[in-house]
Design a protein around this ligand. Structure first.
Ligand code: NAD
Length: 473
């Protein structure tokens, strides 16, 4: 679908009132940040508890900096929350849809029922010219389908327009990424939509943020293509880790050497336990599924391998932990450090750390999980595991310590002090986040994915600090 250029463009609302439908990790952040940019914003969700928490000034998930922004935005009087779609339809000039698009039950496809429900609810109620903007990550073709759905459902017919504005925020950096994005992508079907959407992002555009205006399909594709690329880069270095494991080579040194080539770059070239979370795994699967539907499955068939490499890392770290535990996990006490899919988040959706803890438990290990922020979510996902409130509790009496999520608290722990707490000084670093030399010097048996059990004589001197900076995502 191409952008319609006409001579008479309907007037836009220069300072639009904004609704944000769906108040989860993406939606709550977007609503709060838009209010902090000076817009009047109404956040909407079907979850009454979430709306009550946000209205009372509590962010119902962990995101650094967001609680302070929420309180400020509520105090400004520009931000409120509701579960009432009639109120939302009457309030907004621009409606952002930020509901979930999880992997469908028993399939690799995305479950679009929440997106459809949100668009339908708005379309049935909106009675003046307005723009509905999808921000959720969706398969290509969804925006075109929703455009038809809205035209059918809305009393305004095609007066009510649909646009797509994919979101690239990273949990842990969500506020910064929302207020200062690398780029904005507008998928629009008319010049009016482009202008109305620009008005909704005026301060960010005035800040010099690059804007890419595209058709709806390209805008949808940008997001899944970006996530596929990032997932591929992670799985690429993890595939190299598999080769390293078979040859005695060291994947950390390999990644460092590769990262000095500007064409390759060090970001996302970080070997370890691989990716997880509520985006990358389900996005690459949904992309593969959609490409097959479109008859171009072969073009992205490699993403299945990317997914498989990623999942093999989880099995491989269990092998390493079992090996260190003497070949059998039954009855062994394992400290599982981390549950969130990455540090500075409490998100445990498809979290490698939690998956590993569960596999260890299923082999009969006594697993003690500690995550600085994600224990509660992890407990909801896997109530059978034992969760403790501190790193000290987790490691005390442990036969093996497994670092699964690279929180600073774990990176900064003193190996000598930890050594006094454990039953045996054995550690598996699933994230290449610990100083192997310092651990070995403190008497630990140290193992990491893709690195030899015993390091070769260090002819290659690599400054650890430089290395972790070069590789950090
Ligand atoms: P989430 O599960 O945290 O939030 C989704 C919210 O939508 C929930 O609060 C749910 O109650 C609400 N909801 C469901 N149906 C609704 C309806 N009909 N009306 C109103 N609210 C409804 O999910 P998330 O992580 O915020 O992800 C949302 C979308 O954003 C997904 O498509 C995801 O792929 C995409 N995305 C997420 C991130 C991220 O870092 N989390 C980044 C970029 C894009």
């Amino acid at each position: 679908m191409s952008i319609q250029r006409t001579t008479s463009i309907p007037p836009i609302v220069e300072h639009p009132r904004i609704t944000v439908i769906g108040s989860g990790y993406l939606g709550a952040t977007h609503a709060i940040c838009m209010a902090s940019l000076g817009y009047e914003v109404l956040g909407v969700d079907v979850d009454e508890e979430k709306i009550a928490a946000l209205s009372a000034g509590t962010v119902p998930f962990f995101e650094p900096g967001l609680p302070e922004q929420l309180v400020e935005a509520l105090d400004s009087g520009r931000l409120s929350f509701t579960t009432d779609f009639d109120e939302a339809a009457a309030f907004g000039d621009v409606h952002f849809v930020c509901v979930g698009t999880p992997q469908a039950e028993g399939s690799h496809a995305a479950d679009l029922s929440y997106v459809d429900a949100a668009f339908e609810a708005l379309a049935a109620r909106i009675t003046r010219k307005a723009l509905i903007v999808g921000k959720s990550t969706v398969p290509i073709g969804t925006a075109a389908r929703l455009t038809a759905l809205v035209a059918e459902t809305s009393p305004l017919g095609d007066e009510l327009e649909v646009a797509w504005n994919p979101e690239f925020l990273r949990e842990g950096f969500a506020v910064q990424d929302t207020l200062h994005p690398d780029r904005l992508v507008f998928g629009v079907a008319s010049e009016w939509a482009e202008r109305q959407l620009s008005a909704a992002f005026r301060p960010i555009l005035d800040d010099g943020t690059p804007l890419i205006v595209a058709d709806l399909a390209t805008a949808e594709l940008v997001k899944v293509a970006a996530n596929s690329f990032l997932a591929t880069k992670i799985s690429y270095i993890n595939a190299m880790a598999e080769v390293c494991e078979a040859t005695g080579a060291d994947v950390n040194l390999l990644a460092t050497a590769l990262s000095h080539d500007d064409r390759i770059g060090g970001r996302f070239l970080k070997p370890g336990l691989g990716f997880g979370g509520g985006c990358l795994p389900k996005d690459i699967r949904a992309f593969t599924h959609r490409a097959e539907e479109l008859g171009v499955g072969q073009a992205v068939a490699f993403l299945r391998e990317v997914d498989d490499i990623n999942n093999r890392r989880r099995l491989r770290i269990v092998d390493l932990i079992r090996e260190l535990a003497g070949g059998d996990l039954a009855g062994k006490r394992i400290a599982a450090l981390g549950a969130a899919f990455k540090p500075n988040s409490d998100d445990v959706r498809d979290a490698p750390a939690l998956d590993v803890a569960r596999m260890l438990y299923l082999e009969g290990a006594e697993v003690r999980v500690y995550d600085p922020e994600a224990n509660a979510n992890a407990h909801r996902a896997y109530p059978d595991l034992e969760y403790v409130d501190s790193m000290t509790e987790a490691v005390t009496g442990a036969d093996v310590v497994a670092l699964l999520t690279e929180w600073d608290e774990f990176r900064q722990a003193d190996p000598a002090e930890l050594g006094r707490l454990v039953a045996s000084r054995r550690v598996v670093d699933g994230r290449h986040a610990l100083d192997a030399d310092a651990y070995r010097a403190a008497g630990w048996e140290f193992r990491a994915l893709g690195r030899p059990a015993q390091p070769e004589t260090v002819a290659l001197v690599v400054d650890l600090k430089d290395r972790s900076e070069a590789l950090s995502a």
